[in-house]
Design a binder for this molecule. Structure first.
Ligand code: IMP
Length: 203
């Protein structure tokens, strides 16, 4: 399979994510477009693991566009809850999606917990084609613990409750600072290194 390419489809309709990845891919001279801009609808995410859901999303986008595809899947895993909310993080409190209701449910579930250890996980998958036997897979994790009262107004989702070892919550960090250490930042840098390697092997 030829692994050299100059255009990639992002298996998401999120223009913000697309802009972020476009910046990261610019040095590699790779253009990126959202699947929505090519008329591709979002894939189902039926699995219990981030990697399976990211893989099915990337494959779906490659299948419907004939292009290499990049997909991400991420969420929060709590040790005392056996890894929940995990792949259900965005909809932990049901539909419609609500950060406020998700956080309220999480705090209620952890009311009596002494072990409050948590980690954010992000998996990125890049398929060169729908039948790619060796997709690139990168994982990033970020360790913290869940506090009972929110602090900070940056970030999104569970960030005001996610306490880092330095005593700040993720919502008390500037965006660039968070990107430098977060699960998404780590996974992105790992994927970029893998991609550079693949492209250099291709001459
Ligand atoms: P997505 O699939 O990457 O858009 O994220 C899935 C869900 O996981 C989000 O809706 C959030 O609830 C949670 N999540 C993932 N990453 C973060 C983060 O960096 N901060 C807060 N919540 C996050």
């Amino acid at each position: 399979m030829n692994t050299a390419f100059n255009k990639l489809v992002l298996a998401s309709s999120n223009e913000g994510k697309c802009r972020e990845f476009a910046q990261l891919l610019a040095p590699l001279a790779i253009d990126i477009v959202t699947q929505a801009s090519l008329g591709v609808t979002e894939a189902e995410e039926p699995y219990a693991t981030f990697v399976e859901n990211a893989l099915i999303k990337a494959r779906h986008a490659s299948r419907h566009t004939g292009l290499p595809a990049l997909a991400d899947d991420s969420g929060l895993c709590i040790e005392a809850l056996n890894g929940a909310p995990g792949v259900l993080s965005a909809r932990y409190a049901g539909e419609p999606k609500s950060d406020a209701r998700n956080n309220a449910r999480l705090i209620e579930q952890l009311q009596d917990a002494t072990n409050r250890r948590a980690r954010y996980v992000c998996v990125l998958v890049l398929t060169h084609a729908a039948d790619d036997p060796a997709p690139l897979i990168a994982c990033g994790e970020w360790q913290g613990e869940i506090i009972a009262s929110p602090r900070g107004s940056n970030g999104f989702g569970y960030d005001p409750y996610f306490l880092l070892p330095d005593g700040r919550t993720a919502a008390e960090m500037a965006a660039e600072e968070k990107n430098a250490v977060s699960h998404r930042g780590v996974a992105t840098r790992v994927l970029m290194a893998q991609l550079r390697q693949r492209l250099s092997e291709n001459g």
